[in-house]
Design a protein around this ligand. Structure first.
Ligand code: F0G
Length: 517
């Protein structure tokens, strides 16, 4: 193999990683360990807490999944058999339904549409929700037109239109056709309104053209706002925030109602909000849990407004939180779910979005597709990953909760020993965050400089990798927070290694003789 003299694969990022000592080359991975190639050709084991941004709950190269992958290749599984029957995909959606029904205590089916990445699943969900909205808008417009026809017949039969109706629409009293024309015009104008997407502040839903407008971080989002419909962001865990926005966005169509011998104005709701997207535990935005009370408000306000709730469980789902769906722990049932990351067991690239029957439009399947999605390999691996999670009555979920509680206790003890440096410990299960206080005024110049640049989390990551063989990153949109997402095979020895590393990192923030970067 030849190596080119200049780096052509995202060289800016590599330069940046190099500055922080994060430019390791990993040549092997197993369980919670990534093996970094050293200058002398040897391998250095590194404890991985980044866990593929949450993709390896079942560990790197899980032996059972690797064995299955081998088997599938040996059997010459038809990876490319688009436009044919896909029983493995159907089986996967069926089993996901069983989990969903158990955790939410419902029996309504959810249909599945496949994708290859998190952002793609989110965009498919948003597209589906918009198709549903557009069809509902058309139905509402048709209903208004039908109301005009009914009124026209009633007027021909001697009914009278109340005068207020003419005045409200600014047409001459008694001129029914002028009234009907104006109502049609206003209806068409309202129906052509741009849709509204709602998402939570500090939420992350991907970085593609559509999904980046649902991701809150302005650094990622604002350069591309002209490419797609911008979202309205709802304040996180703030009571009243959802209902207020839904009220502000409400649009009513005016129709005619025949009431005995009179014709008067009536109202009909126009669906304007396509969907409300949220992560039950925000990942990239700093490990923040949606509270049960806020969840209840979201559920009731959206249900009343007829707005579908899209729950992004791409990172929080598949058992990481201590249940398959983190949203089930706060009693928030979604109309849509997006799953990816650990769905592929850390081996395959898999994603799926699930849509509740009540909202499902089969015609979506005719207008949406992806070459790679729904293939035999990724679906069969995902089925096995799900089987591993569900084994022994859901032992994996209990394990995630227990291991998470152990790690959280360690993080809490560090916080209670250093309340001036550690601000908060958040999350549940194997999705935890430890937030440092702002260190811009730290007396150690190197620390203050990194903090002022918003890079303290990366500097600490570089330190932990260099000195303690721990791979961890801050959440990219909240860089004072370190994110912990180890696998289900996290051991006591590894927890001890994390504690020692973190205590040493805290010492670096106090001791000018220690090197941070
Ligand atoms: N939704 C959530 C909740 C995510 O955490 C991510 C990715 C995505 C969607 C997009 O998925 O990258 O496969 O297109 N999160 C990574 C992170 C980037 O750092 O947490 P993707």
């Amino acid at each position: 193999m030849t190596t080119s003299a200049i780096e052509l694969a995202e060289p800016t990022m590599l330069g940046w990683l190099t500055d922080y000592g994060l430019d390791a080359e990993y040549v092997r991975s197993s369980g919670n360990t990534l093996f970094a190639k050293q200058a002398d050709g040897s391998e250095r084991p590194v404890l991985d807490l980044a866990g593929g941004y949450g993709s390896v709950l079942l560990g790197h190269n899980n032996p059972e999944l690797v064995a299955l992958a081998r088997e599938l290749f040996e059997q010459q599984t038809p990876i490319h058999a688009q436009f044919s029957r896909h029983p493995y995909a159907n089986e996967l959606v069926t089993r996901l339904n069983a989990v969903l029904h158990r955790e939410f205590g419902v029996s309504e089916p959810y249909y599945g549409v496949f994708a290859n990445s998190g952002a793609e699943a989110i965009e498919a969900a948003v597209k589906h929700a918009e198709l549903d909205r557009v069809l509902k808008v058309r139905a509402a417009v048709d209903a208004v037109e039908e109301s005009l026809n009914r009124a026209r017949e009633a007027v021909a039969g001697g009914a009278t239109v109340v005068e207020d109706a003419y005045r409200a629409l600014g047409v001459p009293v008694g001129d029914f056709e002028a009234l009907a024309a104006e109502l049609s015009r206003v209806t068409a104008e309202k129906a052509a309104r741009q849709p509204v997407f709602l998402a939570l502040e500090s939420g992350f839903h991907g970085k593609l053209v559509g999904s980046i407008q649902l991701t809150h971080n302005p650094v990622y989002r604002t350069p591309f706002t002209a490419l797609a419909r911008p979202s309205r962001f709802v304040a996180f865990n703030q009571p009243g925030a959802v209902r207020k926005i839904l009220d502000e966005e409400r649009v009513q169509l005016t129709e005619l109602v025949v009431d005995g011998g009179a014709v008067r104005l009536g109202e009909r709701e126009l669906p304007v909000v396509t969907a409300f997207l949220l992560e039950p535990i925000q990942g990239e935005g700093g490990i923040q849990e949606v509270g049960a009370e806020f969840a209840r408000e979201i559920a009731t306000a959206c249900e009343e407004a007829g707005v579908p709730v899209v729950i992004d469980e791409i990172q929080s789902g598949m058992g990481r939180s201590g249940a398959f769906f983190a949203s089930s722990q706060i009693g928030l049932r979604g109309d849509y779910y997006a799953l990816s990351k650990s769905l592929g067991g850390g081996v395959a690239k898999a994603a799926v979005m699930l849509v509740r029957e009540k909202f499902y439009r089969g015609d979506f399947e005719l207008v949406h597709s992806s070459t790679f999605a729904k293939d035999s390999f990724s679906c069969t691996i995902a089925l096995k990953a799900l089987e591993l999670l569900e084994a022994d009555g859901g032992r994996a979920y209990r394990q995630a909760a227990e291991l998470g509680a152990k790690l959280k206790a360690v993080l809490e003890s560090i916080r209670s020993d250093h309340p001036d440096l550690v601000k908060d410990v958040r999350g549940r299960g194997l999705m935890l965050g430890l937030e440092f206080h702002d260190q811009s005024a730290n007396p150690i110049p190197a620390v203050a400089e990194q903090a002022k640049a918003g890079m303290l989390g990366y500097a600490l990551a570089g330190y932990l990798l260099r000195e303690h063989a721990i791979r961890i990153f801050p959440t990219a949109s909240a860089t004072n927070t370190l994110r912990f997402e180890p696998s289900l095979f996290f051991t006591d020895a590894e927890i001890a290694q994390v504690e020692a590393g973190l205590r040493a990192a805290v010492a670096v923030l106090r001791d000018p003789s220690k090197r941070l970067v």
